[in-house]
Design a protein around this ligand. Structure first.
Ligand code: ZN
Ligand code: ZN
Length: 252
């Protein structure tokens, strides 16, 4: 089993020390995770301690460590994204869309963006950014593909054609989808992506990784009962893995 999207520094919650990384590894081992990828938000790039990561990787026997990064995809910020994507020897790069018109859609304390736009238009703009991210050629993995559902603001029109178009773009790009259990801890209470959307990816042969998006050690592999049942029901029998930007597979 893998957990390929999680945060040790998180939102500046703790430093990336060997001890802190090993705390995550301990939980991973206890929950049957054999490969764990640390993917800090790129705005914390300066706080990623490569030496601590490498030392923890040596010390961690049962859990293989990977280094990735979660890049906040913003059209127009190509220079920042390129800079962050080449700063360290990553095993893989996650591209995540958190914003529409440079404004975050997943901020619990400020949901005004959902009043500012008609919900259908907001969803359309969100998925247009997702397609741009996948087709940009910058990323191996598309993070939490339907984050926009987080607070249960749903459009009153059917967005199936938008999702189909987005799944087409993902399949065309060769990018892997992050099946991310963090949604279970949010108001939406379900995995990203939703079952219908995941089925569209499966139908097109799009590979997946599994993740918890943990922001604390006890969240490693949290919700995996639900996400594993989901991916199995949809038909997935393996996950993608990455090492030095090269893709492999692992049965699930
Ligand atoms: Zn994210
Ligand atoms: Zn994340």
């Amino acid at each position: 089993m893998i957990d390929y999207h999680l945060h040790v520094i998180a939102h500046g919650d703790r430093p990336m020390t060997v001890e802190n990384i090993l705390k995550y590894c301990e939980v991973a081992r206890a929950r049957g995770v054999s490969q764990m990828g640390i993917t800090e938000h790129d705005r914390y790039l300066e706080e990623i301690d490569l030496a601590a990561f490498q030392e923890a990787r040596e010390l961690s026997h049962d859990v293989e460590l990977r280094l990735g990064i979660e890049i906040d995809f913003v059209p127009g910020a190509e220079e920042r994204m390129d800079n962050d994507a080449t700063a360290l020897p990553y095993d893989y790069i996650i591209g995540s869309v958190h914003r529409v018109d440079n404004e975050e859609v997943d901020r619990a304390t400020d949901q005004r963006i959902y009043d500012k736009y008609e919900t259908y238009d907001l969803y359309a703009a969100y998925y247009a950014n997702v397609r741009k991210a996948t087709l940009s050629g910058r990323f191996e993995i598309l993070g939490h593909p339907d984050l926009i559902k987080i607070f249960r603001h749903f459009p009153d029109r059917d967005i199936t054609p938008i999702l189909e178009e987005t799944a087409d773009a993902v399949a065309e790009s060769g990018v892997v989808v992050d099946v991310n259990a963090a949604g279970l801890r949010k108001p939406i209470g379900e995995v990203y992506p939703a079952r219908d959307f995941l089925q569209m990816f499966h139908k097109r042969g799009v590979p997946i990784v599994l993740s918890s998006d943990a922001h604390a050690p006890d969240q490693v592999a949290m919700g995996y009962d639900t996400s594993l049942a989901l991916v199995h029901e949809v038909g997935y029998r393996e996950v993608a893995t990455f090492r030095n930007r090269e893709r492999g597979t692992l049965p699930i």
